[in-house]
Design a binder for this molecule. Structure first.
Ligand code: ZN
Length: 340
């Protein structure tokens, strides 16, 4: 069968690999239909942590497919069911796993497609506990946005930032896969959404998603605009994933006691910050990585109810690298998917 594998820095190749054996006890075999691209794929593609990873590595951390075979003792899943796999191989036994805090697993083997072989292959065997059934009414390709993009946003907004109806939120990079999801999820509960974009065409699209205030960060200092628009009060929540380029401005946008939640740092990894501002303003800053399995279920339920992902492009598997380059170029509006 075919798999898309990383052989070195920016060296992705379609290769023939052995298909998996019949699924063992407690396992299912998934026929992968679509893979979602994320910034973690870009880090991998650029060669991050090669020392710790065995190459070649099958890429792809986020996917959707259907059950192709079921191992002994698996209940509630049948051949043909549309499913979304969890993006990391957790232990299923530690306290965090038992309590459903999957992304805090104490004995995780790694992230699929980054540390371990991922989903860009025709078939993959997985523990059945890591597979979520897709509800009726969800497009089987769009479902590939649930495992990371929607799941991460659901976890950031509702588990970590505890966003409440009627609050205000600044969503950075409103045209990104997670930015578009954050705008839609926050608007769905009646929040006031401020968002930053890099050009006016994206601004129009962000407004069409429901963003109340769109700021072109190339033309205006976003922190000044947010403070002006909120009459110097600031917002309740900032949704961060840009890093050094926006970090201190993001803190200036927060209300006293406001919450900042971050899941990424596409502009670099180090910042300097004012600790007096942190404690005097009583900010709460939360790091967020991935999601719980329950967040994938919640995301799929939202999709079934009509909160669909914004799709930028759908490409064939062979064009995965083109998709990553498009993601890096920041020209995207929404998610990039590849189909198998
Ligand atoms: Zn665990």
């Amino acid at each position: 069968m075919q798999a898309l594998q990383l052989f070195g820095d920016r060296d992705l190749r379609l290769t023939e690999v052995e298909p998996p054996p019949a699924p063992g006890p407690g396992e299912v075999q998934v026929r992968v239909r679509a893979v979602g691209l994320n910034f973690i794929d870009v880090w991998g593609f650029r060669g991050m942590a090669f020392a710790k990873r065995k190459l070649p590595l099958t890429v792809g951390a986020e996917a959707a497919g259907e059950i192709a075979a079921v191992g002994e003792g698996v209940e509630g899943l049948s051949v043909g069911d549309a499913v979304v796999p969890y993006g990391a191989l957790t232990c299923g036994r530690c306290r965090a796993c038992r309590e459903g805090r999957d992304n805090l697993c104490e004995d995780v083997s790694g992230v699929m497609g980054f540390h371990l072989d991922g989903f860009s292959r025709e078939r993959v065997n997985l523990p059945a506990r890591l597979v979520v059934k897709v509800p009726a009414g969800v497009d089987p390709v769009q479902a590939a946005c649930a495992g990371i993009a929607f799941g991460t946003v659901q976890h950031m907004l509702f588990d970590n930032a505890r966003l409440e109806p009627g609050e205000s939120i600044l969503v950075h990079a409103g045209g990104s896969g997670i930015g578009t999801a954050a705008i839609k999820m926050a608007k769905a509960i009646g929040c006031t959404v401020y968002t930053t974009v890099g050009d006016d065409a994206k601004g129009e699209k962000a407004r069409a998603l429901g963003a109340d205030h769109v700021i072109n960060y190339r033309e205006e200092r976003f922190e000044g605009e947010v403070r002006r628009l909120t009459k110097r009060k600031g917002v309740d929540v900032v949704f961060e994933h840009v890093g050094p380029e926006t970090w201190n401005g993001s803190l200036l946008c927060l209300k006293r006691g406001g919450r900042l939640v971050t899941c990424g740092s596409t502009s670099g990894v180090s910042v300097q910050m004012n600790l007096m501002q942190l404690f005097q303003q009583q900010y709460r800053i939360t790091g967020s990585f991935g999601c719980r399995i329950a967040n994938i279920r919640e995301s799929l339920d939202k999709m079934a109810a009509g909160l669909t992902p914004v799709i930028d492009t759908v490409l064939p598997l062979a064009d995965f690298a083109k998709g990553l380059e498009r993601l890096e170029s920041r020209k995207v509006f929404g998610k990039i998917l590849v189909t198998l």
